[in-house]
Design a protein around this ligand. Structure first.
Ligand code: ARG
Length: 588
């Protein structure tokens, strides 16, 4: 099914052509003066120069050709030369019927789906997720779902930080607490125990302590570096211990991401591509891309067009150690080989902008990717507290994501219990669902690069531009539909009749924007567009609801038609919240 604006433009083209004007002028857009008209076309203004005529003359001629149009109920030429348009109720109602019956509301699927890898989450093993991790998780999950909905073939990869010094630090921390563990016995040749020698809470205290100590104690740091070296060189006990760290940590990460409805197809990490590094380095050397500078191996990535300074991309440090870049480049190589993606999308804190610029330049220059492969980086801003500084716990510590979710659920529970008759158990369940909508919507409704203030009170409000408001609207529709069924109402046809009033037509016009909105959210990788859309749609629905007696309607055909419109509205809203990564309860 074509997008509504395309259909309107086609109709307008016919009129321009019939009046003897260039059809390129016939573009129709949503009205920027909704008080005057629903849609508009400014082509006569643009055509004035080309045809040496007053715009109003052209507009009048085109408007005449639209008399009797089945698409426009009204096309008025107004000074100085605008075409103000109103849709035919029948045309719009038929469009609604099409949306209601066709798969994915008639959204057109790409002729050639793109293969995409979305690299998000980016958690570091043995470190608890903190408030900042919510952005990469939400954003990546939603972009993955949007692009899938739009018909692309998408793989989500968590790309764990599971290698390097951070792992050496944990191992050293473990050794300090439990020096007699068999993993540290170099003469041990037997099987290692299957049970890990620590729990996730142990790990969560070990890493920060080890990391802090290594900053003050050079001998400790040297030990951690040695442990890293042993791990990377395959010392058996260190590898076995590292496996345990990874398993314990991943189980916990799965639980935490799961509570945000975030799942990954691939649980790969930095460690997975270590074997590829030597081959990649050799390839870069042999082809003259990489050279030694001050002992380090680097690739120049500055071009003649650059006006700013772009430092070379370092591939190996002077001691031969690899870096974050090295792993990312080897990962690109692996992804190209295994999945041949058309596009790889990353999201991280926006402070990694220069880093990704270098990595992408290096991947292109060294031809790790094809010239047409898209490499996209989305940098997101910080989650701040009311003071405008990075969000902290009440006593000034780093806010763990787990606690942030817990606190939001508590606040939601309080609000749900306030003024509602609901058992504690049901209230908990509902609060959990609604809290996730509050967190996700509060996050995703922002342009990613913007910092935002985490305001629990605002995010959990049932009014305004919030997740709970959207859910409230869906629940309201569900309850009308349930009452209709209780009263013995059956839906005996798919028909949607022309709107009986302005608010009903307004709702239909919002629904009609779905296809175009979802395509552009996919093209621009922009969940905030879905949020903005459902806020408008929920408002349009609530306006209609307040002005209309639905269940008390006596004309059966009209009632049936309104019920169909409600079903369509509910389905569109539910599809949208699903791509945002949350869902609605039955009641709230
Ligand atoms: N672990 C990294 C960090 O904490 C994020 C990883 C992002 N993805 C990537 N391919 N570099 O900053």
């Amino acid at each position: 099914m074509k997008k509504i604006l395309d259909l309107l433009t086609e109709e307008m083209k016919k009129a321009f052509e019939a009046a003897g004007y260039d059809t390129a002028l016939a573009k129709v857009s949503v009205s920027n003066r909704p008080d005057l008209c629903e849609y508009q076309c400014n082509g006569a203004m643009a055509g004035a120069k080309q045809y040496h005529k007053a715009p109003i003359v052209i507009a009048n001629e085109v408007a005449q050709k639209l008399a009797g149009s089945e698409v426009f109920q009204e096309a008025a030429a107004v000074a100085p030369g605008f075409l103000n348009l109103k849709l035919s109720g029948k045309f719009l109602a038929d469009y609604m019927c099409g949306m209601k019956t066709e798969e994915k509301f008639g959204m057109e699927m790409p002729a050639r789906p793109k293969k995409m890898v979305i690299d998000y989450g980016g958690a570091n093993v043995a470190k608890p997720l903190h408030v900042g991790h919510i952005r990469s998780a939400n954003l990546g999950e939603s972009i993955k779902r949007i692009c899938r909905y739009a018909g692309h073939d998408v793989i989500g990869d968590v790309h764990l930080g599971d290698w390097g010094l951070q792992m050496g630090l944990v191992i050293t921390g473990v050794q300090e607490k439990q020096p007699d563990l068999v993993y540290f016995d170099e003469n041990y040749t037997g099987e290692y125990p299957e049970e890990p020698p620590f729990t996730i809470s142990d790990l969560e205290t070990i890493y920060p302590a080890a990391s802090a100590r290594s900053k003050e104690d050079p001998a400790y740091k040297a030990k951690a570096m040695e442990a890293t070296f042993k791990l990377q060189n395959g010392v058996r006990g260190y590898r076995a211990l590292w496996r345990h760290i990874l398993n314990v940590s991943v189980a916990d990460l799965k639980k935490n991401y799961g509570s945000l409805n975030v799942t990954f197809d691939l649980w790969k990490g930095e460690s997975d591509v270590q074997d590829r590094i030597p081959g990649m380095v050799q390839y870069m050397k042999e082809n003259g891309y990489a050279y030694i500078s001050d002992g380090a191996l680097v690739v120049d990535v500055k071009t003649d067009e650059d006006t700013k300074e772009v430092p070379p991309c370092m591939i190996l440090k002077s001691d031969g150690a690899s870096l974050y870049n090295t792993t990312d480049l080897a990962t690109i190589m692996e992804r190209m080989e295994l999945y041949r993606p058309d596009s790889i999308v990353y999201m991280t804190d926006k402070r990694q902008d220069l880093y990704f610029d270098q990595v992408f330049r290096c991947a292109r220059k060294t031809k790790l990717v094809r010239p047409e492969t898209e490499l996209v980086w989305i940098g997101f801003g910080t989650v701040n507290g009311a003071d405008g500084k990075p969000f902290k716990t009440r006593d000034g510590g780093v806010m763990r994501l787990e606690n942030l979710i817990k606190e939001t659920k508590e606040e939601m529970y309080r609000k749900i219990k306030e003024g509602r008759e609901m058992s504690d158990e049901e209230a908990r369940e509902v609060a959990d669902l609604v809290a996730i909508s509050a967190l996700k919507y509060g996050d995703l409704s922002n342009v990613p690069a913007k910092d935002y203030i985490f305001d629990v009170d605002r995010f959990t409000s049932f009014e305004g531009d919030t997740g709970p408001y959207i859910l409230y609207t869906i629940v309201r529709i569900k309850s009308i539909l349930a009452k209709y069924a209780e009263q013995g109402g059956v839906i005996n046809s798919d028909t949607i009749l022309p709107a009986a009033g302005e608010s009903e037509k307004g709702l239909m016009m919002e629904l009609a924007k779905f296809n175009a909105m979802m395509s552009s959210a996919c093209e621009e990788l922009a969940p905030q567009k879905v949020c903005a859309y459902i806020y408008d749609l929920a408002n349009a629905f609530n306006h209609f609801y307040h002005e209309t007696k639905i269940l008390a309607e006596e004309d059966d055909a009209r009632k049936n038609s309104m019920i169909n419109l409600l079903l369509l509205t509910r389905e569109v809203l539910e599809t949208c919240i699903d791509v945002l990564g949350f869902s609605a309860p039955e009641r709230m």
